[in-house]
Ligand binder design. Structure first.
Ligand SMILES: Cc1ncc(COP(=O)(O)O)c(C=O)c1O
Length: 390
């Protein structure tokens, strides 16, 4: 099945064997009856498939897990309460004291903080380098490196990192790769197809797409995800509510058409901003001015709805702009039907601190824009009137 058919049909009929409802029902039950003691024991032993308790899984949550595994071309998925719980579950499961995690120097702010603050408290070492330079990754690899972690496009600078090359290097050195695909879910790019071992997501963003749920997911091979489930997930307990799983199932049915429209609109807006005299620089991988435009074209089919730009006049000009938009909302998050604007240095990436922000090139005048499904001309008119106020 192609992407849109999978997103709409997969697992739907199996999830309601009683009435055959067209959409998956919401099972709110926290626990499930075992027909016999022996069957209960078999379910706990993992030799019989069936529900146990909703912190483990639940029919509505499982319907979403089946669809997400298919979406990312993995074998199995675990759905979690947030993108951050998916990331923390994955890293806590894969790493132990003495191991090193090798990560790109720019990550989503809370992921950066998780890796550099929380993981280090457990004796896990961290090396953060520029993944755009494959030689620097080669040089950083030593026997203690157990996980390579990155995003592409990165948040918020939209840097592109060569997924295939890193996958090959990691496989050669028997290191697991974990990739955050929140910024460019299918149909934009398929990291598992490009060689990544584990994909994590904030479902809060494009996959749900309607700014009404927080959720996350981890996707990978049957073996790795099953081990993560039994050894870490059920003990840590970051499960999602069945109602939220249902909302995400509903939201993701339109993922492909939303991303197509968002990508088209964002390209037009990026070209408008690039020509505007009050704009210093625009970061969007579809633009030929983007330093990794050719690589982006190789590994991405669509470029998504997020772009960043620097306004001439520094922090105060950026502030004036984000305070002056009318149609676009001043709020963090991305990938939803509403267009949102934010200031990464003081908001989403503030946890990186001034020094790391400067080192990573996230300046005071950088503004991040997430384009929704409003009319493109109306969005351009809104930006035009806000820029005129600077
Ligand atoms: C790239 C990326 N990964 C992970 C997250 C965390 O997701 P959540 O807010 O669902 O925990 C975010 C949130 O903005 C993000 O942008």
């Amino acid at each position: 099945m192609k992407l849109s058919s999978k997103n709409i049909h997969l697992a739907v009929h199996e999830s309601d064997p009683v009435f055959g409802s067209v959409i998956p029902p919401i099972y709110t039950s926290s626990t499930f009856i075992f027909p016999t003691a022996r069957e209960g024991a078999k379910r706990f032993a993992g030799v019989s498939h069936g529900m146990i308790y909703s912190r483990f899984t639940n029919p509505t949550v499982e319907a979403l897990e089946v669809r997400l595994a298919a979406l990312e071309e993995g074998e199995k998925a675990i759905v979690t309460s947030s993108g951050m719980s998916a990331i923390s579950l994955t890293l806590l499961h894969l790493l132990k004291t003495g191991d090193t995690i090798l990560a790109h120097k720019v990550l989503y702010g809370c992921t950066f903080s998780l890796i550099t603050n929380l993981l280090t408290r457990f004796g896990i070492k961290v090396k953060m380098i520029d993944f755009r330079d494959i030689n620097s990754i080669k040089n950083a690899i030593d026997p203690s490196v157990k996980v390579i972690y990155f995003e592409s496009p990165t948040n918020p600078l939209l840097e592109i990192i060569d997924i295939k090359k890193i996958a090959a290097l990691a496989k050669k050195n028997k290191i697991l790769t974990v990739f955050d695909n929140t910024f460019a879910p299918p149909p934009c790019q398929y990291p598992i197809r490009l060689g990544m071992d584990v994909v994590v997501h904030s479902l809060t963003k494009y996959i749900n797409g309607h700014s009404d749920v927080i959720g996350g997911a981890v996707i990978g091979s049957q073996k790795l995800i099953s081990q993560m489930f039994s050894k870490s997930f059920i003990d840590l307990g970051p499960c999602i509510s069945p109602f939220n799983a249902y909302l995400i199932l509903r939201g993701m049915t339109t993922l492909e058409i939303r991303i197509k429209k968002q990508s088209e609109s964002t390209e037009k807006i990026a070209r408008f901003l690039e020509k505007h005299p009050k704009i210093q620089k625009v970061y969007y991988p579809k633009l030929s001015s983007h330093p990794q435009h050719l690589l982006a074209k190789q590994q991405m089919a669509q470029f998504g709805g997020v772009l960043s730009f620097e306004v001439k006049g520094g922090r105060s000009a950026g502030e004036k702009l984000v305070n002056s938009v009318k149609l676009i909302d001043l709020a963090v998050s991305l990938g939803a039907v509403e267009s949102l604007i934010e200031h990464p240095a003081s908001m989403t990436h503030a946890k990186m601190g001034k020094v790391e922000l400067e080192k990573s090139g996230i300046g005071e005048s950088l503004v991040r824009l997430s384009i929704g499904l409003e009319d493109t001309d109306d969005l351009i008119a809104d930006l035009k009137q806000a820029l005129a106020k600077i």
